[in-house]
Design a protein around this ligand. Sequence first.
Ligand code: MN
Ligand code: MN
Length: 464
Amino acid sequence: MPKKAKKIEDLLFKPETFWERASQQEIHLAMDFCDDYKQFLNEVKTERQVIIESIKLAKKEGFKEVSLDQDLGKNRKLIFVNRAKALVMVDLGEHNLNNGVKILLAHVDAPHLDLKVRPLYEDSGIAYFKPHYYGGIKKYHWPTTPLAMSGTVVLKNGQEIEINIGSKKDESVFLISDLLPHLEKERLDKPFDKAIEAEELNIIVGSIPVTGKKTQDRVKLAVLAWLYEHYRIKEVDLLAADIRFVPAYEARDIGLDKSMIGGYGQDDRVCVYTTLRAFLASKNQGVKVLYLADKEEIGSVGTTGAESLWLENVMDYLLKQTKSSISLYDLFRKSWAISADVTAAFDPDYKSAYDKNNSAELGKGAVIEKYLGYKGKYMTVDAEPKYLRHLMDLFDKKRVVWQTGHLGKVDQGGGSTIAVYLANRNLEVVDLGVPLLNMHAPYELSSKADVYSTYKGYRVFLEG
Ligand code: MN
Ligand code: MN
């Protein structure tokens, strides 16, 4: 029998903003939550710092670091760390793994400038570090952006040195110079992507030469003398070091109404922070897992990327230690996951790059992304209709403000997320995250409404 709708307007899907839908009390909660988030952004500028800070927050909630080489004992709240760049947190509650687990996965890395193997040189009285950029940057963003230096150096005696310069107000920052507009004629004839070449992104680190020496490169020598004096580092030690430069900007409120946040590395630290808080706050309905992986921006490869078999290693350990009776394959098959990553918010200044109807908008909440990929859905994970239905209904029931999104127009570009690497393990997975303006720029913009709504979405997923 055909059935007519009672109210035809109800047939429409019309996402509204969080600001219109949430109670005053919830808006306050969102603002407070985002104050903590800004603080987190200011503490963490590198992958390693994200891991350290996340462990610190988890330990306050009773989590303990566990080694795969030791027995679990009575521990139920566990942290596994891989090479200080990736971690898995597990809250077993009172369960074994026979019914599968719920996984939140976010990535800790963000576009930045790594140093080349032999980075230090001098030219015309200025000492430079030569970088190799990491991830998808727009090169013209980086000259004249104040930079902080952060890294790990292992000395010959085995001592590990941590370097952090430029994130505190009284410390020096570093800079890549740009050409003045008066002399730019030659550059203006170049195509946009060639206007600034990778090899022109050189970081200024000093300009006072050593005195009393007849050698060349006396400024370079002075920089080495400084590094040795402060960190016992010689030039050869830089070869094996892991040193990177990141924007030194502080995370701040944006707008007269303070409704937004500007900060570096929000892709994907906004999802790191919101998944972490959701993971720590949620009540156990089963085994929950938080996986923070590295190397997403360069393809999720390597030991600490989401493709790494380290996840299998941890899960295999847990199956044995909890005396679960299912196989690793069955564990993945029975598990559910959210790939927690940011997406593009519709930008009214660049309308032609987006399909407005299929784009996320700032302030309209957590973004469910059914699929990503590019061209003919290349590298796409298509979330299953049943799983999507489940999440949409759950969010509506728990009053999570949500919307849908997609990365721009078809054939305009596109992208993929770490959802792929979970889906390849035969897990049910969907992308849920925060929409950003100017993603991958040194200073990215998010809406507090979306940050809070996404946190709530992750929490509801773990509890639902
Ligand atoms: Mn991302
Ligand atoms: Mn990214």
